[in-house]
Design a protein around this ligand. Sequence first.
Ligand SMILES: *[C@@H]1O[C@H](CO)[C@@H](O)[C@H](O)[C@H]1NC(C)=O
Ligand SMILES: *[C@@H]1O[C@H](CO)[C@@H](O)[C@H](O)[C@H]1NC(C)=O
Ligand SMILES: *[C@@H]1O[C@H](CO)[C@@H](O)[C@H](O)[C@H]1NC(C)=O
Ligand SMILES: *[C@@H]1O[C@H](CO)[C@@H](O)[C@H](O)[C@H]1NC(C)=O
Ligand SMILES: *[C@@H]1O[C@H](CO)[C@@H](O)[C@H](O)[C@H]1NC(C)=O
Ligand SMILES: *[C@@H]1O[C@H](CO)[C@@H](O)[C@H](O)[C@H]1NC(C)=O
Ligand SMILES: *[C@@H]1O[C@H](CO)[C@@H](O)[C@H](O)[C@H]1NC(C)=O
Ligand SMILES: *[C@@H]1O[C@H](CO)[C@@H](O)[C@H](O)[C@H]1NC(C)=O
Length: 572
Amino acid sequence: MHLLSAGLLGSLLFAGLLSQVSSSQHTVFGLFGETLEIPCNIETKHAEDIIMTKWKYDKGEGVFGNMLVKKAGQNVSVNAEDEYKSRVSLASNSSLLLSEARMRDQRAFTCMVVSEEDIKEVTVNVVIYKMPLGLEVSEKAEELEIGKKTKLGKCFAKDANPAVNITWLKNNKPLVQNEQGVDVQNSVNVDPMTGLSTSTSVLMYTAQKEDTDAQFSCSTEHSMGQKFSSSSERFAITYSTENVMLQVIAPEPLIEGSNVTLKCEADGNPPPTSFNFYLKGNEDPVIVQNDNTYTITNVSRDSSGEYKCSLVDNPTMEASKDITVNYLDIHLSPVGSVEKKAGEALAVNLKIDASGKYKVSWTKNNVKVDKEPKFTKLMYSDAGLYEYEVTMGALTEKASLELVVQGAPVITQLHKQRSEDGRNKVLICEAEGSPKPAVTWSINGTQSNEGSFINGKVTHKITVVPKANLSVSCTVYNDYGMDTRIINVSSIFEEVRMDKRDQSEDGDQTKLVVGVVVGLLVAALVIGLAYWIYMRKSKQGSWKTGEKENGSSEEEKKLEEKVEENSQKAEV
Ligand SMILES: *[C@@H]1O[C@H](CO)[C@@H](O)[C@H](O)[C@H]1NC(C)=O
Ligand SMILES: *[C@@H]1O[C@H](CO)[C@@H](O)[C@H](O)[C@H]1NC(C)=O
Ligand SMILES: *[C@@H]1O[C@H](CO)[C@@H](O)[C@H](O)[C@H]1NC(C)=O
Ligand SMILES: *[C@@H]1O[C@H](CO)[C@@H](O)[C@H](O)[C@H]1NC(C)=O
Ligand SMILES: *[C@@H]1O[C@H](CO)[C@@H](O)[C@H](O)[C@H]1NC(C)=O
Ligand SMILES: *[C@@H]1O[C@H](CO)[C@@H](O)[C@H](O)[C@H]1NC(C)=O
Ligand SMILES: *[C@@H]1O[C@H](CO)[C@@H](O)[C@H](O)[C@H]1NC(C)=O
Ligand SMILES: *[C@@H]1O[C@H](CO)[C@@H](O)[C@H](O)[C@H]1NC(C)=O
């Protein structure tokens, strides 16, 4: 039985090889480490017609290795003698199942199906894929110096099949080989044991200033479409200083007594840690370690000048700034309270020492005056509080002078007036002097309230009832001296009679008379005008009576007389 079937099989096999074996080729893809199914795509009309299914593999150089055989009605017989022995099995649909696929499984497997009609063969090429174990960057650069080609890192994709191509990315954009500053060296290493490829890519990179904060990574795309990326790496970009800047931190405006901080800034990375500060006019620098500032306290006008800073290790890299300390000194002489005698001269001197252009303004008793006050001959009205204000930009200085003008009083006017009711006389004594002069009269009378004492002027009034012609004196005095004047006052009864002459003598009364005359003239004019209008209207109007016309002409005469009388009075 065994022999027979073997003989039959052998003859069939022989025949098949000669003419009836139909073969075809396929490719299947398997994943490394997983169970690989190699299908046997042979159509058989009836499964029960199958006499035998056999799997073998190509060992190379035309040599085949056995794997397994399944004969009808029998259990599968694994006839492999190598590593496949333990890994192969057959699915009910004749697929060859290969556990733990490995790289060596990338070969041709042949399935042969023998049925009663014919022998069919199918050869299946196996390709094993293996994803890399992720991407990793090693041998990272500690820092990238601008302009210097540096090995940024080594990216590797371990144990893949097929070998992957590694792409370097900067800020997620691919870096292209031979692009400026980019030099990529790729290599692939195949593990002789596993047959898996490890791709390695070394990026030699020449950094530029804009690479500060750039993110570098590497990535790859496997033939099966899966993408892998390494984590992103940042690198410290170092570069030597190209520019030094000196910053002056000071209050605005900078005045004496302020503190000024010099801040030296260099654009290198890492930034320099120590600096030279050259203080005004000083050749020898102050060296500041681990700081880039130097503070000058309590500056004065002498601090104005040029300041510099430089790198300690490269003093030619320097920067300078001019510092100007503003100052405004004013000195007023005399200052404070000043007492002077009337008539004297007072020289006021305002000395100004300033670092720039300034403006002076003056006020007297808080009121602005346009011109600088000058006192060639002091008057009582010159007394007051003088304030001098000097401004220079935001700086303002003030000085003040309280001027007191003193002197013996002088009577400026002594005159008399008739009281309103005409029964009394009012004597008015006006005087100037400071301190405020006291006023006395040589006659008793009713004193009115004293007027105010402004600009050294005092006015004193007394109301008297002279029973006879009198000579009245007004005396003013203070600590500096006195003054007296006499005025003749006629008896009030005399004056009633002497009215007319008094009127022409007395200035005020003359004014009064002139006023009356002018008033009368105006009245006469108005009446005349009214009369003239009336006459015209009367002549036009037919209803007017002759009586009225007569009456008005009489009135006209009277008016004319009155006007004449008034003009005579005015002549007096
Ligand atoms: C096939 O294998 C099973 C279990 O392994 C066994 O019971 C059976 O007898 C075998 N058949 C033949 C024909 O050897
Ligand atoms: C053959 O059988 C296996 C397991 O029994 C199954 O996974 C596979 O899909 C089948 N293949 C075909 C081509 O039918
Ligand atoms: C890798 O790069 C080479 C050459 O550029 C190319 O031929 C190959 O197809 C690439 N492989 C993959 C997996 O992208
Ligand atoms: C200047 O600096 C000194 C010392 O640091 C400090 O005592 C003083 O108050 C500062 N002066 C001003 C005007 O800030
Ligand atoms: C500031 O300097 C002036 C002289 O330049 C000095 O008189 C004054 O005492 C100093 N002030 C301080 C707080 O050191
Ligand atoms: C003024 O009146 C006082 C008393 O009231 C008197 O003693 C004095 O003599 C009078 N003087 C004159 C000038 O009339
Ligand atoms: C008073 O003075 C007037 C002139 O001002 C004079 O006419 C008159 O006679 C005098 N009367 C007496 C009583 O002296
Ligand atoms: C005042 O009258 C006297 C004489 O009564 C006379 O001598 C004197 O000149 C008069 N004074 C004035 C200012 O009129």
